[in-house]
Design a protein around this ligand. Structure first.
Ligand SMILES: Cc1ncc(COP(=O)(O)O)c(C=O)c1O
Length: 405
């Protein structure tokens, strides 16, 4: 990827005296190109009005712009129609929405919900709460030594299951799960599938018509877009099965003192005022990703991951978790002998290198790995081999210093 891309991101172009960041934490949140930052400002300077409410021109224009973004999102993920696209505040909010507006009505006492051992807390804790309230059984799909789902015995695993909630890409292991195959097998057993797409949508093309997920959830802020916006895709087959769960303005058809009737989807699930400036700016994020090209982004991220993986493997104190580069997306988590991940991240920070250390909101996975924490380096379109070289050099220096102590 050309250096030019980095220049589109103001955070990397601060004053000459400022030592540039080596930003390796895009799995937590991505940086934003100027076009996205400008779009948010543009909204307030040129278009700001609430939507679906005013009958004056500015409000009608605002409505058209936001509904236009809904269509843009639908096209970006290959959804059948924009009615499938619900705006939320992020993946966490989206999974809670699926649990409360649909699963709560679909599941009943004794039903089995299957999760995987690699889920982020966002795709675990909402199901724990629902299981507690409805007396459901939670089961867990185990991972193998390389951090991949064990696919043999899938049919056995699916026995009695009514709902599978699964991530497309693990935010710790980097594993890309073969979702098309998994969803097909699940549907053969009449199991509904909820997908956490937080770590996949930013890195490679997804297509709802091909994937056929029942629900698919992701966040704008990990794909160059603003914070505060997320998306839930609902398969049209389930339109009649979701029930509004946040109640108030913007989602109703008619209200009397004692009763209310509700708008159609998608608005029925969008109570209150949406983060309009941020949704507007999401359009620019999608535009940017499309201009670069999702295939090119995927190849770039894979190339960097492979490069970093090989360099890390050459350091004998480093132990990487997760599969070989071929089966992973753009991130690598690892530990270094007896250096605590938090110390390592703090020392890397002294080199202006941003990595994440901790359990990355996946405590059960770390328990399985028998590690209290890991260090995670994640890559995106603005990273290059130079970033990795700086990171590896710093890591070697830190390890050498540690050894001499
Ligand atoms: C796999 C996965 N799921 C869910 C989330 C939660 O996303 P958000 O914080 O945007 O709600 C994250 C964020 O790190 C993630 O990596």
């Amino acid at each position: 990827m050309p250096r030019k891309i980095k220049n589109d991101f103001p955070i990397f172009r601060q004053a000459k005296t400022f030592k540039p960041w080596v930003y390796l934490d895009s799995a937590a949140t991505s940086q934003k190109p100027k076009a996205v930052i400008e779009a948010e400002k543009d909204w307030y300077e040129k278009y700001n009005a609430n939507i679906h409410r005013g009958i004056y021109h500015l409000s009608e224009q605002a409505t058209e712009l936001i509904e236009g973004v809904r269509q843009r999102v639908a096209d970006f993920i290959g959804a059948e129609s924009k009615r499938s696209i619900i705006f939320t505040s992020g993946t966490t909010d989206g999974i809670n929405l699926v649990a409360q507006s649909w699963a709560r009505h679909y599941l009943k006492q004794g039903d089995v919900v299957l999760l995987t051992e690699m889920e982020h807390h966002a795709n675990l804790v909402p199901w724990q709460r629902l299981a507690e309230e409805l007396k459901l059984e939670l089961r867990f799909w185990p991972i193998d030594k390389q951090g991949r789902l064990e696919l043999e015995g899938m049919d056995q695993l699916f026995r009695e299951v009514k709902l599978l909630a699964i991530t497309q890409v693990s935010n710790v292991l980097g594993t890309v799960n073969p979702l098309q195959k998994i969803i097909k097998a699940a549907h053969r057993k009449r199991i509904r599938v909820v997908v956490d797409g937080a770590q996949s949508v930013p890195h490679f093309a997804v297509n709802m018509k091909r994937l056929k997920a029942d629900f698919f959830v992701f966040s704008a802020h990990k794909m160059l877009g603003p914070t505060g916006v997320g998306v839930v895709y609902i398969n049209p087959e389930l339109f009649s099965k979701v029930r509004e769960y946040r109640l108030g303005g913007g989602m109703i058809r008619e209200v009397s003192k004692k009763k209310a009737s509700f708008a159609d989807l998608p608005w029925r699930l969008e109570a209150g005022t949406l983060p309009l400036a941020q949704i507007f700016a999401l359009r620019e994020a999608i535009g940017y990703l499309e201009k670069v090209g999702m295939v090119r982004i995927m190849r770039h991220d894979q190339l960097l991951t492979k490069y970093a993986y090989q360099k890390l493997m050459q350091i004998k104190e480093v132990q990487i978790v997760g599969p070989a580069p071929k089966q992973r997306s753009g991130l690598i988590s690892f530990v270094v002998d007896d250096i605590h991940p938090h110390d390592l991240a703090t020392w890397l920070d002294q080199y202006h290198i941003c990595v994440r250390a901790g359990h990355h909101c996946a405590m059960p996975l770390h328990q399985k790995l028998k590690l209290p924490a890991t260090v995670r380096a994640s890559f995106y379109i603005y990273n290059d081999k130079r970033d990795i070289d700086i990171f590896i050099r710093a890591l070697r220096q830190i390890i050498n210093k540690w050894r001499k102590q």
